[in-house]
Ligand binder design. Sequence first.
Ligand SMILES: [Zn+2]
Length: 476
Amino acid sequence: MAKGLTPRSEDYAKWYNEVVQQAELADYAPVRGCMIIRPYGYTLWENIRSELDRRFKESGHVNAYFPLFIPFSFLEREAEHVEGFSPELAVVTHGGGKELEEPLAVRPTSETVIGHMYAKWIQSYRDLPVLINQWANVVRWEMRPRLFLRTTEFLWQEGHTAHATRREAEEEVIRMLNVYAEFAEQVAAVPVIKGLKSQSEKFAGAVDSYTIEAMMGDGRALQSATSHDLGQNFARAFDITFQDPDGGLQHCWTTSWGMSTRFVGAVVMVHGDDQGLILPPRLAPIQVVIVPIWRTEEEKTQVVEAALKVERSLPGLRVELDEREQFTPGYKYNEWELRGVPLRVEVGPRDVRKSQVVLARRDVPGREGKRAVPADGAADAVREELDSIQEALLQRALEFRRARTVEAEDYDALSAAVAEGFALAWWCGGDGCEARIKEETSATIRCIPLDQPEGSGRCAVCGEEAASKALFARAY
Ligand SMILES: [Zn+2]
């Protein structure tokens, strides 16, 4: 600490890199493109993981683990898949002191090896559906690394399911998209737009890819999770077949879906301010920090006792009592603000005399965010305040997105809008119009939102008839 943080309002990119390191979420690794997730950042990831894991299990999925190494030839079996992933593959050519007969890919994603195993495990319609998720690391070689947002190795979960019918698979893809969206909004307070990827932006090997897209604090988009309808592409490549009730042999319909440590970057970028992180209470590693304030030993005994009483009244919450001797209260306030703890409880000698404690909200700086509450009712007040902070963060992010989203009718409006945020514009569906926008404004089609207006319009680029609106933005 005390290094001084570049204000977010002054230089967003610099602020992001500094806050991630100063708040001790992550640090750079000796290998370029890799990162070390420090305990505070890892706890945040663990909280994301347990919220998602619970939702996956509630919707019938189970966890398993597949190997890190994949025979290189597996990737080549699905033509689009290998083409899409080749540029970012890490390949192992030597092992045990010898050159390997077949090189091994370090998994960039696991459709191929899982497809190989599903072909073995699935024989009959009675074996379906298969609903497996894995928590794992993957490697995609990164030329322009950024902590959490783009790292060569990252952590994620990847769900892989196999179904007897196209309809079941399509329902699964949307079900998991909805799980991600609900998690992002209700737990991380990150509002998202659900939609379909354009064919040029879809996952390599998928029939259709769906995404949730969030607006970061500088107006750029971040793809926060994806859910892929793989059709029968991987089932054909890996021979995943089953006997139907009439004795016929059919290919399965498969899906895959994932969310990664990238989302930690989204939480940082959506909610922070000039002082540092602001973490949504439902994800925060520490939800409440209690800071006792004293000058004399006698005062210390009193305030620490009162602080302990507050701590004990909050079972089930993640609470830290900061009674470190070597730091002043002011120093502690700054540190916990930098680290984004949503709520601070201050207990000084005057508060003890008045049988009260002071609550200070991280999301509302200064006096305005402070209020004194009776020590007796502190537990209820703390819980209410945390709920209120959670809601306020979501509303603030929604308001920010609303203010930076433009319904663009023509090319000029579209190109001006993507310099500041999101543009919603009619799109004819043509690759040429998509490519022109990308080349001239560096914005891409983030998705074709599932939520569409009535009727049709004219493509903002070429003026041709367009059946749907697309979401355009510059993206991380
Ligand atoms: Zn067009």
